[in-house]
Ligand binder design. Structure first.
Ligand code: PXP
Length: 240
């Protein structure tokens, strides 16, 4: 099994900053520490309401980061034009609801399908690698292939929740395994993310065919106690 890439999501550094309306802690500093600590990419989600990362963060991180930036965006014209303008190397299209605390589920791939297809084509023509954040089901894997995405990121939230609560996660794990398998058969690069902790990342790192993890909330939380560098290195070891 090849090396699994680690994408470090630094949105919650901005959450802490924005809680007080100050200009610290700076997301760019977290991005550069992540880069120095062995992250393969840095992930940020530019939300419509700019509740964590804002346009200035994106500009600064895009300019200074040497490893690939993975920008999560909703499928809107505004986000498309920002992603095109900044020529972001990795794009992950995610669903977005204003009132949600975090991204609650995978994309609905049949909603405004032609528009989604148009966005994917434009981003790919702009040299971005395009990923779709989807639920672990076979229909969405096939649909992502039809939409000509390069990658899918499987929403691992439900699985991670069961692991955290020490409940039976076998069924969810099976769904993820089946989705990963089909994704690989169809030639999609398969990623996983949402809610990952040391424990759930370890379990999923044994699923053959997952090429990238994107991890944020738990990782930033652990960094309060052990530092970003230590936490990233520990995740690196776990998913190797
Ligand atoms: N991947 C995607 C597509 C996401 O939307 C998120 C949450 O922003 C994550 C990964 C990271 O999830 P978490 O912060 O729970 O680790």
């Amino acid at each position: 099994m090849g090396k699994i890439r680690l994408g470090v999501n630094i949105d919650h550094v901005a959450t802490v900053r924005n809680a007080r309306g100050e200009n610290y802690p700076k997301p760019i500093n977290a991005a550069l520490i992540a880069q120095r600590s062995g992250a393969d990419s840095v992930t940020i989600h530019l939300r419509e309401d700019r509740r964590h990362i804002n346009d200035k963060d994106l500009k600064e991180i895009r300019k200074k980061l040497k490893i690939p930036l993975n920008l999560e965006i909703a499928a809107t014209n505004e986000m498309l034009s920002i992603a095109l303008k900044r020529k972001v190397p990795f794009i992950c299209i995610v669903p977005e609801k204003r009132k949600e605390i975090t991204t609650e589920g995978g994309l609905n791939l049949s909603y405004r399908r032609n528009f989604l297809k148009k966005i994917i084509t434009k981003l790919k023509n702009n040299q971005s690698r395009v990923s779709l954040f989807i639920e672990p089901n076979l229909r969405d894997i096939k649909s992502s292939k039809e939409l000509n995405a390069d990658c899918v990121e499987i929403h691992t939230g439900r699985f991670c929740n069961l692991v955290n609560k020490k409940k039976d996660y076998k069924f969810e794990l099976k769904k993820i395994k089946n989705a990963v398998k089909l994704g690989n058969i169809l030639g999609l690069e398969v990623h996983a993310g949402h809610g990952l902790t040391y424990e759930s990342a370890k379990i999923l790192s044994r699923v053959s065919g997952i090429k990238e993890f994107n991890i944020g909330h738990f990782l930033i939380g652990e960094s309060i106690f052990n530092g970003l560098r230590f936490t990233i290195k520990k995740f690196r070891k776990i998913i190797k």
